[in-house]
Design a protein around this ligand. Structure first.
Ligand code: C2E
Ligand code: MG
Ligand code: MG
Ligand code: MG
Length: 276
């Protein structure tokens, strides 16, 4: 009887695994189709200046309008894209959409920068900086309207393509930040060597405040010495908002202030801000 139960359990897991694989394959087919037919766009979450309380930067976050399943978040498709060689294509879609929207805001007289998440594989592509240059040109978007969010692992990257891309991108006037800082192998020496403009302290450290105060203070002190701006990400409560301001973060981002929203919704928020 124990054996039969074991066999059943085994069958159950096997069929569950098969369901999982089928689901992923279906999503992958939809993904390819969705990229061709314009189902992806950037939503935006504001980053506020702690000194003025105004929006300085907005982070572009990929959203998928699936014809049957509705709005799908990156947690369900970024890793799948990376695994299947589709992330560079998705990255270009989001970059182009963001550059177009940034140009629209600039023409409305709004003074904000749009920040875009980059996958390491995009910077590994030898022609990435040329592609970016072309996108900015086509969309009439100055490099100074854009910031790129890189991952901490890129700080340790030795691939020559990555460094050549970064140098070229910098020459366009595009700023660079390190996203999710404090979750990986943080290396302050590499931060200054690579002339990073800004770091974003990861939500996992911010949400543990005041417990993580010592490490957050250390990160902030090092960044100030190196003239690197500091963003606190994932600020969810008034208490934490007050704390990160007290500790000297330059910008704040999180659900406490604002959730990611469509470009149209963001435009209303930005226009309202200019009248107050
Ligand atoms: P990220 O770049 O660290 O972006 C912040 C994520 O945290 C966003 O999730 C945002 O909605 C969420 N968030 C913001 N404030 C709060 C908060 O106060 N509390 C909590 N719990 N969450 C908060 P989202 O949009 O689901 O994106 C997840 C991740 O997917 C991003 O993390 C980024 O790594 C990746 N991603 C999104 N768009 C792109 C893209 O266009 N390209 C690439 N390569 N990756 C992307
Ligand atoms: Mg980010
Ligand atoms: Mg982040
Ligand atoms: Mg994060």
């Amino acid at each position: 009887e124990a054996k039969a139960a074991g066999r059943n359990r085994h069958r159950f897991f096997k069929s569950q695994m098969r369901d999982q694989i089928e689901l992923e394959l279906e999503l992958l087919t939809d993904l390819r189709e969705g990229m061709k037919s314009g189902q992806f766009e950037a939503y935006f979450q504001p980053r506020y200046c702690t000194k003025t309380g105004r929006i300085k930067v907005v982070e572009a976050l990929a959203r998928w309008h699936h014809p049957k399943r509705g709005l799908i978040l990156p947690g369900e498709f970024i890793a799948l894209c990376e695994k299947n060689g589709l992330i560079n294509q998705l990255g270009s879609i989001i970059l182009e959409d963001t550059a177009r929207k940034a140009t629209h805001w600039r023409r409305l007289g709004l003074d904000i920068k749009a920040s875009v998440n980059l996958s390491p594989s995009q910077l590994n592509a030898p022609d990435f900086s040329n592609q970016l240059h072309q996108i900015l040109k086509d969309q009439d978007c100055p490099g100074s309207s854009v910031e790129l969010e890189l991952t901490e692992t890129l700080l340790m990257e030795t691939n020559i393509n990555v460094h050549e891309n970064l140098a070229k991108i910098r020459s366009f006037g595009v700023q660079m930040s390190i996203d999710d800082f404090g979750t990986g192998y943080s290396n302050f020496a590499r931060l200054s060597e690579m002339s990073i403009d800004c770091i974003k302290i990861d939500r996992s450290l911010i949400s543990r405040l005041p417990g993580s105060e010592a490490i957050v203070e250390l990160v902030i002190a090092m960044c100030k010495l190196m003239n690197v701006r500091i963003v606190a990400e994932g600020v969810e409560t008034a208490k934490i908002a007050a704390k990160v301001k007290e500790l000297g973060c330059d910008e704040v981002q999180g659900f406490y202030y604002s959730k990611p929203m469509s470009a149209a919704d963001l435009e209303s928020v930005l226009l309202l801000e200019t009248t107050t």
